[in-house]
Ligand binder design. Structure first.
Ligand code: DI6
Ligand code: FE
Length: 406
């Protein structure tokens, strides 16, 4: 019968993460029904309508959250930078290493030498680690190819990898991540190539969901970023920005001016930039892994973000140089301990606000009727436990598109 549910989960405790629905948007004891991949009903057990379901699952009091969303990663790359880590421990800074031709450029060399298959294979364990902690949606950037063929190769690898693991993916073109060696000292000429050739080609190949740039003293200027964003918007592509990570370049305000989905990092963002973001609806994506791993001391302006009412997301920034992180739960912990977020804010940062940062808020990020039924089921006593523990994985199972899988 067509009005049957496909799956019904009963006796759960649901952290719906619905905005304005009280702490965590909790419903307990509650039930959730899925039909054709979407949430068809959610509410207290006492209100559950009598309707047949093909399968009924007893959650036994377990907590359920939206499937987690890692909205900022550089998951696809070849090689590693453990040697650079050792150099930094001896006193070299991230910027010094980058200026000496190491850093991002060393990953570019390894990534250019890798085949698409190599990239898919190499990133498999990293994606598996994130997925094992309940991640059902991920954003993956290019940015280690830095020429037309290699940027497209990275984006294709990202799509293939995610598809092979049943993870929803958004791929972001980050051709403007660093100036490649063949354009040494000619950043404007490289940006022309990005705008006139690489971005249109990647877009035509159908592998670009959004456009990002690294706006920083060691990367691209606000003027160059502005030109790129103009081009992206002419192609109808949303933009996002690595902004004010190592210095205040006015990145937050620039992102807001372009109606960016998100501005990310933001350690050095100023109040005007934060306010502009709030007005533009640009999400602040905080990346505690990079802050920690680079031993940064300037904290992102969390209180200012709260005051301005800017939505805050949290992500792994998984990359070989500044955040070799494959645990989103650890990022929840660090967002609380290092950045003073509450456990509820941290969880919103990998659900509701992460969905917004990817332009997916209509279908993901909260447990509400009509949204995609991507769920994470947890063996925990209360939601704060997700950010409290370190190095422990309480995931019971995930549900994708309303059907059970493990
Ligand atoms: N900011 C970062 O933290 C990463 N990229 C960026 O724009 C670092 C990437 C790397 O070092 O490989
Ligand atoms: Fe990043």
């Amino acid at each position: 019968m067509t009005d049957h549910w496909d799956n019904l989960w009963v006796n759960g405790r649901f952290a719906t993460m619905r905005a304005g629905a009280g702490p965590y948007g909790v419903i307990e004891p509650g039930a959730l029904a899925a039909k054709a991949g979407r949430i068809d009903w959610i509410g207290p057990m006492s209100d559950l309508p009598r309707r047949e379901a093909r399968a009924v699952h007893d959650l036994g009091g377990r907590w359920v959250t939206p499937g987690l969303i890692d909205c900022h990663t550089h998951l696809i790359y070849a090689g590693d930078r453990a040697g650079e880590f050792e150099l930094r421990l001896q006193g070299a800074t991230y910027e010094e290493i980058a200026r000496a031709g190491g850093g991002i450029r060393s990953t570019v060399k390894a990534t250019r030498e890798a085949s698409e298959d190599d990239l898919v294979r190499g990133a498999g364990p990293r994606l598996a680690a994130l997925a094992a902690e309940g991640v059902t949606t991920i954003e993956i950037k290019s940015g280690y190819g830095l020429d037309r063929a290699n940027e497209i190769k990275m984006l294709r690898a990202a799509r293939r990898l995610a598809e092979s693991k049943g993870i929803r993916v958004r791929t972001t073109f980050l051709g403007a991540h660093a100036v490649p060696p063949e354009y040494e000292g000619r950043a404007d000429a490289y940006m022309n190539a990005v705008i006139d050739d690489m971005l249109p080609a990647a877009h035509a190949a159908g592998v670009v969901d959004a456009v990002d740039a690294f706006c920083e003293k060691i990367a691209f200027t606000p003027a160059q970023t502005d030109r790129l964003f103009g081009a992206a918007r002419r192609l109808g592509l949303p933009v996002k920005l690595h902004a004010d990570q190592l210095s205040d370049t006015g990145g937050a305000a620039l992102a807001a001016r372009h109606g960016a989905l998100s501005a990310d990092h933001l350690e050095y963002a100023d109040e005007a930039g934060i306010k502009a973001m709030a007005e533009a609806g640009t999400v602040a994506v905080l990346l505690p892994g990079a802050f920690y791993f680079l031993r940064e001391t300037t904290l992102p302006p969390v209180r200012m973000l709260r005051r301005a009412g800017t939505a805050v997301a949290i992500a792994s920034d998984c990359n070989p140089g500044s955040s070799p992180v494959t645990s989103l739960l650890l990022m929840l912990n660090m967002a609380c301990t290092l950045f003073d977020l509450t456990p509820e804010e941290a969880l919103a940062g990998v659900t509701r606000n992460a969905a917004r940062a990817l332009g997916l808020a209509d279908s993901l990020g909260t447990l509400e009727v009509g949204k995609t039924a991507d769920l994470a089921v947890w063996n925990i006593g209360r939601p704060a436990e997700l950010s409290y523990r370190i190095g422990f994985n309480p995931l019971d199972r995930v549900v994708k598109n309303g059907g059970t899988s493990s």
